[in-house]
Design a protein. Sequence first.
Length: 323
Amino acid sequence: MSICYDRRADDDLIEALAPGGWAHSLVQFGRSGHFALDLQLRGFATKPKKTWATLYVGLTKVVDLVHLHGKGFRLDAHPSYRTSAHGWRSSWERWHAVDQLHEEWDAVDLYLERVIPTIGKRFLKEGSVQAAVSGFANEHMIVIDREAAVTYANQPEKTRVTSRLERPLLDAVKKLGSSVPKHLGGECDALALGQDGTLLTIEIKPRSATSTIRWSPLQVRHYANLFSTWFHCAAERDPDPVDVINGMVQQRARLGLIRKVTRPIISMPPRVQPMIAIGRGYSDAAIRGLQDVQERLASAGFNDPPLRVASATLWGELKDLAI
């Protein structure tokens, strides 16, 4: 079995983003606390030569700083924002040496200052809570990734692994009616590391998402199972999952994206716990539906480690709920 996950950036990209680096303003945007901004490191475990940093406004990507070994750096963004009206330059989309793009960086900052305030509220419905949870300096955990997903050697393996993991969960809730999901997704809203070393797979829901809040225990348990499988099947391979998680923490700390003095390291043996964070103001009906699904999962033996549920403020503070 070959399941991979690795969001560590290469050294050249980290150097550009670190304090004193020519692209450090992306970190400053990401940690500013304004406009639901958030900076995340990106890459493919199976393609280690290409890594990038994405600046989000909520769920919207406003710029990618991409590095490819042997090519250099380039910028990318959604076509909606790559416009001259926003100050975008098409030349940024070509590969540049460090000194070339460094000279352009004031113009990149100006582009970001123009485009960020234009992101409409419909793109911030869920993203504002997600960005807040990612950036909040919580004393109990640090978020190390958003939209986290394991990858597979090929599609047949993906089908086999996901089917094996999701089928028992779906069977446990099948008596709840025709609205039961047919399949469970593979992209976790946030991945965090608790101060006790527990890896947290987090599903983030806006308060208005009553129907999907109901099924969130099912989805987030599946994420926890996927990452647990990654730990167990990758234990004898390179890269070591423990090194990946601890390395991601170290990189975020170097950039200044983690503000805590003490940084957690993953527990041994690794423990993966599902968690749901719901924007405040949710309905009683949403919580009742969530409780019903969770009770059926627990009765079927799917509550180890136990599910955590918390309310989330727009500044990212989490408060555990008794479910």
